[in-house]
Design a protein around this ligand. Structure first.
Ligand code: PEP
Length: 226
């Protein structure tokens, strides 16, 4: 089981050190924290398995605001999230860009969590399967590649997919690509166990609940028991 915490634009270096002092991961769970770029060094130094929240497809170049795989590796960062719905919706990232970021980072030796998922309008229009097929089809299998199924309507909203709905989407994704699939979307200590109990749910990508060491610890504990 992999449990990853996506801190988004929260927690500077000091708060990252504070979190690390208060958090302990249970045995038997692969735990990842993805802090903002400016807190990566502190997260690594604190002994957390650390991912970035994005990574570019070039090693260096005229790409203002971007960070490359060799730069992350130099800091001791183990991997990166790519294609988060906030990147796609708010910053115009495309399937093609997500595919390029993923392929290059994997080649550079980083682990990757690639996010896919339908919006509320797409689900209501019956397009969930088509969207997932389109987003997954640009990715190539790789032993360090993990997919996160994150229905956009469940992210940061407190609305969670039912375990059955998550299982259905995960099974579809696994039929398209041989990779572990995490569920993401308002995972909390009180719903983690039933989501993680689904046969094709291989872990969770956690946003809001990963900011608190106790709630993130409780989700990791649920994973260690499932
Ligand atoms: C996320 O940002 O990947 C996420 C799943 O957020 P939340 O858990 O807050 O819904």
């Amino acid at each position: 089981m992999l449990i990853a915490g996506n801190w988004k634009m929260f927690k500077g270096p000091g708060e990252t050190e504070e979190f690390a002092r208060a958090f302990s991961a249970p045995d038997g769970v692969d735990v990842v924290i993805a802090p903002p770029f400016t807190s990566l060094r502190e997260a690594v130094a604190a002994g957390l398995q650390t991912f970035a929240q994005n990574v570019h497809w070039a090693d260096e170049g005229a790409f203002t605001g971007e960070i490359s795989a060799p730069m992350l590796k130099e800091l001791g960062v183990a991997g990166a999230i790519v294609g988060h719905s906030e990147r796609r919706q708010l910053f115009g990232e495309t399937d093609d860009g997500v595919a390029r970021r993923t392929a290059h980072a994997l080649e550079a030796g980083l682990r990757i969590i690639a996010c896919v998922g339908e919006s509320e309008a797409e689900r209501e229009a019956g397009e969930t399967e088509a969207v997932l097929r389109r987003q997954v089809s640009v990715l190539e299998p790789h032993e360090q590649l993990v997919i996160a199924y994150e229905p956009v309507w469940a992210i940061g909203t407190g609305r969670t997919a039912t375990p059955e709905l998550a299982q259905e989407a995960h099974a579809l994704i696994k039929s398209l690509l041989d990779a572990p699939v995490l569920y993401g979307g308002s995972v909390k200590p009180d719903n983690a166990a039933e989501l993680l109990a689904q046969p094709d749910v291989d872990g969770a990508l956690v946003g809001g609940a990963s900011l608190d060491p106790d709630s993130f610890g409780a989700i990791c504990l649920a994973a260690s028991r499932s």
